[in-house]
Every structure is written in C-alpha cells, then in structure tokens.
Design a protein. Structure first.
Length: 332
C-alpha cells in the first residue's frame, strides 16, 4: 500500500523535445456545482474535526494516564499519530480545492502531500502488524508476555516500524524527484506517487519496479503476519475453557479483522486501479479518498474507545469536566 506503482510506463521522449517545467501543478476538479460548494465544505470540515477529535482524545488519554503506559497502549498511540498525519495531508488540501476549485498547487506542496499520504499508508500497515504481534504474545503466550514485551523491546518495534516507513518512502520519492517533468495536470484531486509520475516524460521503469517490489514485500509481510497472528489467537480462544475470555477475545479479533480487511480492500483497489484500464476515474477517486477518510475515523473508535480501559478513562475525563463546569456555574 505504501508504494503505489505507476499505471502507465512513460515513454522516453526525444532529447530535442522541450520540457514544460513549472512551479505549479493543477489537480483534478471535484466538479461541484455552485450550490454544493458550501455543503461539501462543511461536510469535509466536520469530517476532519471528528478525525482530529477522536484521535487526539485517544492520544491524550494514553499520555495522561500512567496506568495505560503498557506495551499494548505504547504501540497503539502510534496509530492516531499516523492517522492524523495522513488525514491532515489530505483534508487541508482538499478543503482548499473545494473552496477554490482547480487552483494551481505548488509542485513542492504536492510532493509533501504525497509523501505524507504514503507514510500514512505504509505506517498503518506496520502499526497494525505490531499491534497484532502484541496481542498474539498476550493471548497465546500470556506467561511470557512481561518477559518478551519489555519497554526496550516495544521501543525497538516502534523505531523499526517508523524507520522502515521513512526509508521505503524516502527512496520512492528520491527516485521520483530525480526525473524531470513535462506535464502539469494531475488526474486525481490529491497528490500521490503515481499521479506525480504521470507528470514525467522520461523512462520510469526503475520507479515502477521499485514500487512493485515494495508493495509486494510490505503486503505479503504485513498481511502474512497479521493473518497468522489472528488465526493463532482465534485457535487459542476456541480452546479456552473460559467463556467470558473466549467471547471477549473473539469480539475483539473479529472487529479488528473487519477494520483491517476494509483498509486492505480500499488500499488494494487503489493500487490495482492505476494498472487496470476501464475503471471509471470517479470510482478510483472515491475509493482513494475513502482510504484517507474511513480508517482514520474508525481506528480510534475500534482500537481505542472500544477498549474497556481507555473507554473508562475517557468517560471519567468528560465527567470530571462536566462536574467542574457545573460547579463553576453554581458558584457564579
């Protein structure tokens, strides 16, 4: 998901041709009617505020409560950080596009947006894999959990995950930026690697090969790890003699798998749509934007607020704030 290859290998052009290199690019229009601009702006802004609110609440709850400074939550806190990065990269530019349709965007801003969107996509896979590994040790090897999942081991997992994202995506965009551009129009309403590659008129074979290899390695590695760990968790749950433990673990695993499969379905469709002809551009844009909207909205709810320990702390926080406001009003 993190390195989406270009759909069309660009043909080399004659060296005598003139490159049209400008500081701006034009993104695809949302094609909004004048009457729908304000409602769409409000919906997009509300969606972004909801994502900010849910993810920030999850982060602050984990940070401010020392009882949540455990391996599971130390890994979990990286998910809202990653979601905020991806959703901010998308929504800030999208809201501008909605208000000022088809306004040129600087090429550097487009590259920055694409970079963080790809970091978000790859980071989600790595963080979900780390969380699945943590749950696997906790449920299948509970007696060894405290020995294996030490703070040092957790920090090593988190560091490796973020460094892997930065290196993979850094190389991807390093290969992109070495190529000169001769076009300025992007077929998507947001910037990503294949859209930026479509501006290039040089041979992009190296970029395509690297993108395919990166997608294959991350998808096979992450998906294999997640599916294996959840399969072992489900087997352990069915073997458990404690009904409550079994029901709780099954509910958690089923919910997590549904969210993961939703993310994978959206991501894989976005990847393959660039290489398949005949797919309507509007469908490709909708699925691509859904990958940047739905997971950041669902992740803090499914992975965070549905967890009893976090939900209790969030409820306690809002209750304390309510009583504080009520008490201050009574004093006045």
């Amino acid at each position: 998901m993190n390195s989406i290859p270009n759909a069309n290998a660009a043909n080399p052009i004659n060296m005598n041709d003139t490159y049209i290199i400008g500081p701006y690019v034009t993104l695809a229009s949302y094609n909004l009617s004048p009457n729908s601009v304000i409602p769409t702006f409000l919906i997009a802004s509300l969606s972004y505020v909801i994502i900010l609110f849910c993810n920030l609440i999850l982060m602050l709850t984990i940070i401010l409560n020392k009882c949540l400074h455990q391996p599971m939550y130390l890994i979990l806190i990286n998910l809202p950080i990653n979601d905020l990065m991806g959703s901010s990269a998308f929504f800030i530019q999208a809201i501008k596009q909605i208000l000022w349709d088809s306004q040129p965007v600087s090429y550097s801003a487009c590259v920055v947006q694409a970079f963080f969107i790809h970091i978000y996509a790859s980071g989600t896979m790595f963080m979900l894999t780390a969380m699945a590994y943590d749950r696997y040790i906790a449920i299948c090897w509970p007696l060894k959990y405290n020995v294996v999942m030490t703070n040092a081991h957790i920090m090593k997992i988190i560091t490796i995950s973020w460094l892997s994202c930065l290196v993979l995506i850094g190389v991807l965009f390093g290969l992109l930026l070495r190529l000169p551009r001769c076009r300025t129009e992007i077929s998507q309403p947001y910037c990503d690697n294949p859209s930026l590659l479509s501006l290039v008129c040089e041979n992009t074979a190296i970029n395509n090969i690297y993108g395919l290899l990166t997608v294959a390695l991350t998808q096979v590695g992450a998906n294999g790890m997640i599916l294996y760990t959840y399969l072992r968790i489900l087997i352990a749950c069915f073997r458990s003699k404690h009904y409550d433990t079994k029901a709780k673990a099954l509910q958690t695993c089923a919910t997590h798998l549904l969210v993961f499969l939703l993310l994978e379905s959206l991501g894989l469709f976005t990847i393959t749509s660039y290489r398949l002809r005949g797919i309507p551009p509007h469908l490709r844009r909708f699925i691509g934007m859904s990958t940047l909207i739905f997971p950041p909205t669902l992740n803090p709810i499914i992975y965070g607020l549905k967890t009893k320990e976090i939900r209790v702390k969030v409820v306690q926080f809002f209750r304390s704030q309510w009583f504080r406001i009520k008490h201050s009003r009574n004093i006045v």
